[in-house]
Design a protein around this ligand. Structure first.
Ligand SMILES: Cc1cc2nc3c(=O)[nH]c(=O)nc-3n(C[C@H](O)[C@H](O)[C@H](O)COP(=O)(O)O)c2cc1C
Length: 387
């Protein structure tokens, strides 16, 4: 007899279900971090250490009567609206979780949930096909959806190919470029070596299969000679800004000085991220980095959109990030778990769980609007400092 399916009530349920479904090599590829995985653990732990101090006797009934309006969030100078302040982080190779549809399933869920999907350079479906599916879903099934696509760029050693990627993203109607900057070399992910990580036949990083078909991060067996450029510097950010009209967002900022530098270089946003604990181990947890960066930037923080990812598993985590000043969060692994468990429907369920938890957290904290989350002085940080 089949084991009864566990009730899928929260992100951890999806995680466990995905774990039982996926081959160990793929589960490990998705779930693990680098070295001793301390940052991976810290990302989640740092959220849990922040305690909430709810406000009461505030009429929050509008959440029940008009359930979506109060959570809506504007980003990038109000050029995009999210149904709640949570987006899909760029993660590689979705066909490892769902061979048949991969990123096409994820994008359907993004449209259904009116959120932004940030498509990875290392997607296993070509960026044009994803964009076509996005367009089609909005036209046919969700005309009210405010979903957008952003393109996550790894700056390749070959700048001509880098420029081609940017031009294709523009042609395909992607609305922003997210440049990942914490990957000058791949972190030490020991599970790749232990498992002899190999891509299944037919799955590859499609956007990197260039005309000469040899410009890919992943070959048949995992290779460490990735074409990402370790020489990447602020000069290149200026170069990219000079060749594109798309808003530029820098992903992978932890240090407050780098946040300041990003403002100086005129980018529209930063994503505070440690790559989900897959790059530098013992790197600071991202919610702690967000707090430090907000303090360091002072009033300058309003000049750019500040986002955060890493370890967000509950609606209360999203609320804490917003209370600390983030515009929105991004989630990586929870999306992959949803995809592995039930394709587009699984991703949609994961997003809906987070949205419902977030809405409930707002109500229980006495917040009528997103702005209230920032104003209500809700956080107790480390049981010491109070915002
Ligand atoms: C399996 C996997 C693949 C990833 N691939 C990329 C990628 O291609 N580009 C990128 O910028 N970040 C990538 N990331 C990092 C995510 O964008 C994000 O920073 C991280 O997953 C957030 O942490 P979380 O998984 O705890 O939500 C990847 C993360 C995972 C887990």
């Amino acid at each position: 007899m089949d084991k009864p399916q566990r009730l899928l009530l929260n992100i951890e349920d999806y995680h466990q279900q995905a774990k039982s479904k996926l081959p160990a090599m793929i589960y490990d590829f998705y779930s693990t971090g680098s070295d001793d995985q301390l940052t991976l653990i810290d990302n989640e732990r740092a959220f849990r250490q922040i305690k909430l101090r709810p406000k009461v006797l505030i009429d929050v009934s509008s959440h029940s009567t008009n359930n979506s309006i109060n959570c809506q969030t504007q980003v990038l100078n109000s050029t995009a609206t999210l149904s709640f302040p949570c987006m899909i982080a760029p993660t590689a190779l979705h066909r490892l979780a769902n061979n048949e549809h991969g990123e096409l399933a994820t994008v359907r869920a993004a449209v259904a949930c009116s959120t932004i999907m940030c498509v990875s350079t290392n997607a296993s479906v070509d960026m044009k096909r994803i964009a076509d599916e996005h367009h089609q879903q909005i036209r046919m099934n969700y005309p009210q959806s405010t979903s957008q696509l952003w393109f996550q760029l790894y700056v390749l050693k070959n700048r001509r190919n880098t420029q081609k990627l940017i031009e294709r993203a523009e042609e395909c109607n992607y609305k922003a470029l997210v440049i990942t900057v914490d990957h000058c070399e791949q972190g030490n992910r020991e599970c790749y070596i232990r498992n002899n990580f190999t891509l299944p036949n037919g799955i590859q990083a499609e956007n990197l299969m260039d005309d000469d078909n040899d410009n890919t991060e992943f070959g048949k067996t995992y290779r460490s000679d990735i074409p990402i450029d370790a020489a990447l510097s602020w000069k290149d950010i200026d170069w990219i800004r000079s060749i594109t009209s798309l808003p530029v967002i820098i992903k992978g900022i932890i240090h407050p000085d780098d946040a300041r530098e990003a403002i100086r270089h005129g980018v529209q946003g930063i994503i505070i991220s440690n790559h989900g604990g897959r790059q530098l181990d013992t790197c600071q947890g991202t919610i702690d980095a967000l707090r430090d960066i907000m303090i360091a930037l002072g009033n300058d923080k309003d000049q750019i959109d500040i986002y955060v990812d890493g370890g967000i598993r509950r609606g209360t985590d999203i609320l804490k990030a917003i209370a600390l000043g983030a515009k929105a969060v991004l989630v990586g692994r929870p999306i992959l778990w949803g995809l592995a468990v039930d394709g587009a429907q699984g991703v949609q369920s994961v997003l809906n769980i987070l949205k419902n938890e977030f809405r409930l957290a707002m109500m229980l904290c006495g917040c009528q609007t997103i702005e209230d989350i920032r104003k209500n002085n809700l956080l107790i940080l480390d049981n010491r400092s109070k915002l």
